[in-house]
Design a protein around this ligand. Sequence first.
Ligand code: AVW
Length: 250
Amino acid sequence: IVIVIIAVVLGLTLRQNKSEFESTFLSRCEKFNQYDCKKLWGVFQQAYVDKDPCKVLVEAYNPLIAAAPFKPQCNKTMFWSKTKDVVHGFTDKRKDCFVTLEDTLLGSVLDGLTWCGKEGSKDTFTSGCPGWSECENNPVRSFWICASAAFADVACGDVTAMLNGSINTPFNPTSIFASVEVPRFNASRVKKLNVVMVIQKNNISNCNHSSLKNLTQALDTGITYSCKDVSESRIQECGAKPEIACGACW
Ligand code: AVW
């Protein structure tokens, strides 16, 4: 009996417990059905496990994106920069109108999470990982760049971007939107970019801001540009009232 108990206890300790991170990954993934989430977890881990957490290249996530590709959703793609809460507060309620990266399988699974590996270990760590700009090739940053690029690659028709009118530089060249997404909008797929400038009570910028000139210049020839100043309360109203047609939100 003693031997059996020892064997069971030893067995339980040696069996790698599913980490909280893995459980989060799988439970978020399973909400989407139609994907083999255990397989995706395996492909995801390959990108960063057993690696120096400052040496994970953007390309390391290509197999993951290939395993769960983004589907083109023409006229519904929503980009954003420094407006995360407003955008998701809106798109969470109006999935009929717009889809953000964070509403897709991979984006929603990894949204808000931190992860990294360590050389010589097959584990996933959630603390002690490099910060966003601590080193360029960190696992989290590389994932978001890779996913954002792939998401922008399939954008089509009229695309929308929510920018922040309460900051100095609504179109910031160092943002993912400016540095990764806009350069990949292809005129053969994307017809028009509609910027929604989110205006709060103490706004300091609007559609006339000089940084937007850089945006129009960065756009592929053939893509039309528009910008509209829209109050945050109007965006919230549209989120709260499904009877307002998507095209009439602003
Ligand atoms: P953002 P982006 N430290 O609001 O245009 C930690 O600046 O870049 O908008 N996390 C960071 C940092 C940082 N310094 N900078 C960026 N992030 C992460 C994907 C953080 O998770 C969508 F498709 C923050 O919430 C949008 O169109 C997120 O990046 C576009 O990229 C966005 O930062 C938004 O990227």
